[in-house]
Design a protein around this ligand. Structure first.
Ligand SMILES: *[C@@H]1O[C@H](CO)[C@@H](O)[C@H](O)[C@H]1NC(C)=O
Ligand SMILES: *[C@@H]1O[C@H](CO)[C@@H](O)[C@H](O)[C@H]1NC(C)=O
Length: 218
């Protein structure tokens, strides 16, 4: 007679969780409900458990967890490559980045995001020069956009203005970054460093490698 031993493994019911991607932080916090900070033990499940009852939670800078029911104005989807910091308590997983949240929530749908109001009055973008990207963070830390084939200076200008930012910069031919200010650690580079044509306009200059063609709406 064959004896079959069935082992009952008790697993806590997994909470519903959707990963929405990498989002920008805002000065007043994108998620303002509750927070938990631990730079030695933080894991994604720790944050999820801490944020029980909230619609959204996000992990930032390896060890910070924030909860909320909606994203504060000015938090935008960011490039996934901005969220690369390992979780303090589980280095095989990612817990955001500097001023970037790995955002999770209970809904299958990504949360809506609300741009800042369009700054007014502005008339035209003014060129501010070729500036360096900043190590670890973005020289322009607000909204961002990518287009492998259609990036233009004008397109980035409009995108950033409509997202509520007066500063914008184009980098590596296809990337557009917006901000309310240029990071103080970005430095003016020689003009020749911004030597890449825009992916959507061979006559336009869209920065270079770690270099931004920077403009300000004035
Ligand atoms: C982080 O968590 C560990 C383990 O629970 C605890 O010993 C430590 O005090 C926590 N650190 C902070 C800053 O809360
Ligand atoms: C600029 O760099 C300094 C030195 O690394 C750092 O302490 C500071 O936080 C940076 N400032 C910004 C706005 O990133």
């Amino acid at each position: 007679m064959q004896i079959v031993l069935a082992l009952a493994v008790i697993v806590p019911a997994a909470l519903a969780q959707t990963f929405y991607g990498c989002y920008t932080e805002v000065p007043t916090r994108a998620l303002t409900g509750s927070s938990l900070v631990n730079y030695t033990t933080m894991t994604i499940p720790d944050c999820e458990a801490h944020c029980t009852g909230f619609a959204l939670w996000g992990l930032e800078y390896g060890g910070e967890c924030y909860c909320g029911n909606s994203l504060a104005q000015g938090s935008f989807p960011a490039f996934s490559t901005d969220c690369t910091m390992p979780c303090a308590g589980d280095a095989t997983t990612v817990c955001g980045g500097p001023n970037r949240l790995s955002l999770y929530g209970v809904s299958a749908e990504a949360p809506t995001f609300t741009p800042y109001p369009v700054p007014e009055p502005v008339t035209a973008p003014e060129y501010e020069g070729c500036w360096t990207e900043v190590s670890g963070v973005r020289a322009l830390s607000g909204a961002s956009a990518f287009s492998a084939t259609a990036m233009t200076v004008e397109g980035c200008a409009d995108y950033c203005l409509n997202s509520g930012f007066t500063w914008f910069g184009l980098e590596y031919s296809a990337e557009c970054y917006c901000g309310s200010e240029l990071n103080v650690n970005s430095t003016l580079a020689v003009e020749e460093d911004c030597n890449m044509a825009c992916s959507g306009d061979v006559n336009g200059v869209c920065g270079g490698s770690n270099r931004l063609s920077v403009y300000q709406w004035v």
